[in-house]
Design a protein around this ligand. Structure first.
Ligand SMILES: Cc1cc2nc3c(=O)[nH]c(=O)nc-3n(C[C@H](O)[C@H](O)[C@H](O)COP(=O)(O)OP(=O)(O)OC[C@H]3O[C@@H](n4cnc5c(N)ncnc54)[C@H](O)[C@@H]3O)c2cc1C
Length: 305
């Protein structure tokens, strides 16, 4: 089911047609407060009163013209400014292929550099998403160049890839910011652990590798997962080696494990919700279904009203 849904995520005919189907549009609402930034901002302001921060991401990837990249950059600049004016710590999360990586790496660097400048002016933060493994080297190269100029920039790494421990070891000397996820794309078995239990074990091992640096303030470590048992194991591991578990920062997606987000925030963890919005939700939404095929039942229920 996961492989089928991830195949659908890449299919051009489906990506053009499925977003028009009303029952799918209704189902998507579970993961998005709305398609426009105003809805995302309202959700973020409401989260703030619950002690939960927000990271904004406008959906879109693999753009075909640099003009689309410029439009995305201008949009994110407005987001940073508006969110700061609303009293939020504005964080954004951007896909490299949303700002040109398929077309021109230098233009992509210039676009991300512009966003890092804007984030610094707004006292915010720029996260760089990690896409499929064909982009990993180029994304890390962009991150290294940006991080050499800006402190408020972080990158997402994926625990399903065999290479991630080596990538972390290369990044750690430079006081990075790392958002660790399990990984959302279809990857071959020679690059990524095929079995979920191995991905979970690697996630834990990678945290063990990073926790000492996070404890010394040499790393901003974000656990980006909805896996409560895994978060609990990492917290217990942190306790065991004398690290204050409240130095752990947890990010989850809007609409998933909402009660747990509030519980973790009430327990003193730094919690942020990644709020997605925009009309280019098709591939992103299919990846959410692939993460939990039981969500397909929810889509079917929308179909039958
Ligand atoms: C803040 C954030 C940023 C991310 N950025 C990236 C990125 O840049 N690149 C990338 O490849 N991936 C990214 N991801 C996605 C990530 O790789 C996983 O695919 C996703 O988080 C599901 O894995 P999990 O860690 O939640 O664990 P799982 O073991 O998959 O899930 C644990 C539990 O969480 C709940 N859950 C998980 N997913 C869903 C869902 N879709 N719907 C309903 N319940 C669910 C279920 O109860 C499940 O049992 C991001 C995830 C988060 C939270």
């Amino acid at each position: 089911m996961r492989a089928l849904l991830l195949w659908c995520a890449q299919n051009e005919w489906l990506s053009e047609n499925v977003p028009r189907w009303g029952f799918v549009r209704r189902a998507v609402k579970r993961f998005m407060p709305g398609e426009d930034f105003d809805s995302a901002l309202k959700a973020a302001v409401a989260f703030k009163s619950l002690g939960i921060g927000a990271v904004f991401t406008k959906l879109g990837e693999n753009i075909k013209a640099l003009s689309e990249a410029t439009a995305a950059v201008e949009h994110y600049e407005t987001v940073l400014k508006t969110a700061a004016e609303a009293g939020l710590e504005p964080e954004i999360s951007v896909k490299p292929t949303q700002v040109g990586l398929d077309i021109d790496p230098d233009a992509t660097f210039a676009n991300l550099n512009r966003l890092a400048d804007s984030a610094a002016r707004a006292k915010g933060f720029l996260w760089i998403d990690m896409e499929g493994s064909a982009y990993t080297d180029r994304t890390l190269d962009l991150y290294n160049r940006l991080h050499a100029r800006h402190s408020g920039v972080g990158v997402c790494l994926q625990a399903y890839l065999y290479r991630t421990a080596a990538d972390i070891n290369r990044l750690l000397p430079f006081k990075p910011a790392i958002r660790l996820v399990k990984g959302a794309y279809a990857e071959p078995a020679d690059r990524a652990f095929p079995a979920k239990r191995d991905v979970d074990a690697n996630y834990l091992a990678l945290c063990a590798l990073m926790l000492p640096d996070a404890n010394r303030g040499r790393l901003r470590l974000v656990l980006a997962t909805h896996d409560i048992q895994l978060i609990d194991r990492i917290a217990r591991f942190a306790d065991a080696i004398g690290i204050d578990r409240h130095k752990l920062e947890v990010h989850m997606l809007y609409g998933i494990q909402s009660a747990q987000q509030m519980k973790l925030a009430a327990e003193g963890y730094r919690v942020k919700a990644l709020i997605a919005y925009g009309d280019a939700w098709y591939a992103w939404y299919l990846r959410r279904l692939a993460e939990r095929p039981a969500n397909v039942v929810f889509v079917a229920r929308q179909m039958f009203g």
